[in-house]
Design a binder for this molecule. Sequence first.
Ligand SMILES: *Cc1c(COP(=O)(O)O)cnc(C)c1O
Length: 372
Amino acid sequence: MQQNKFIPIYEPLLGGNESKYLNECINTGWISSKGRFVTEFETSFNSFIGSSHALSASNGTVALHLALEALGIKPGDEIIVPDLTFAASINAILYCGATPVLADIEKETFNMDFSKVEKLITSKTKAIMPVHLYGLACDMDECLSIAKKHNLLVVEDAAEAFGSEFNGQKLGSFGDVATFSFYGNKTITTGEGGMITFKNQEVYQKAKVLRDHGMDPQKTYWHNFIGYNYRMTNMQAAIGLAQIERIDDILKQKIKIAQHYRNRLENVPGVSFVSESEKKLNTYWLVTILVDPDQFGLSRNDLQNKLKENNIDSRPVFFSLHIMPPYKEYHKIDLTNSKYVSNNGISLPSSLNLSTEDLDRICDCIISLHKN
Ligand SMILES: *Cc1c(COP(=O)(O)O)cnc(C)c1O
């Protein structure tokens, strides 16, 4: 019985001050978007990332929309986005009426292949959106050098990469703006929630006003443009603050889990992990492997079904955006690698509370499936 308990793909861990801070919100009545936790969460987030400004939002998707609007993205503008990402990345571009341009990825990192990006740039290109997928940094040296050469804005979608680094610097501190998500399965969670980090003070101020209905900060109920209500509540921020207080332990545990998987599975024929690099600190949001059906003996989908029979949850990699109805028309170039990773990638259980026994049960199962 015990041995066969269900292992979910991800469970949030709320073992610190979460309930204490949340109770404070309820006991004091500060349950809406005013209150001490919103500012405290933004401040500690900003100093952790090493960014200039941080602004909280209701979720990671509206954080992206707000960031793009604050940068002045408008209809007619083109933004380069990877073909393999969560739909929110491309949807936010479409909310602005701008045109996404799909880029292929590298099989070794699952991230945008910058060597193929320059040929996508036109006179309409305004920005490039690197998505640090599953916690692994995009090569920000390459990204920033292309952006500089062509005078493009950089919008980092760091939803899956909170705490990850490139050249010793936290992701979210490279782009003109960067966004994060605190959905229940993300590295830190607020239930639903998001954050934007900014380089430029004016862009930050613009986003702040847009987040609050576009209301003039000096003149209450006066609106100079159409804004939104994209605010985070004090209750969400209370949970976020409690989560970020334990961030060092959380990241250590995530890396430890990934190392356990790598040690046990790296040499299994047909199983491969994303490449490691001195320049990158990967915090492994979800540990994700590629399964080569010929070498492994089972397809990704078959492996998923077998794991399920053993009460082990898993998750396929995202679908390539260009094969789905709303995004087909943005398919301009060859997207072979994106399709390959989408068809053969699988994320393994990555909760912080996984025991060594749980991890070994998952690895034993995968190894035995290969042998058969
Ligand atoms: C989770 C996620 C988002 C959006 O976050 P929500 O908080 O769920 O709206 C955006 N981009 C990527 C890559 C994500 O994984």
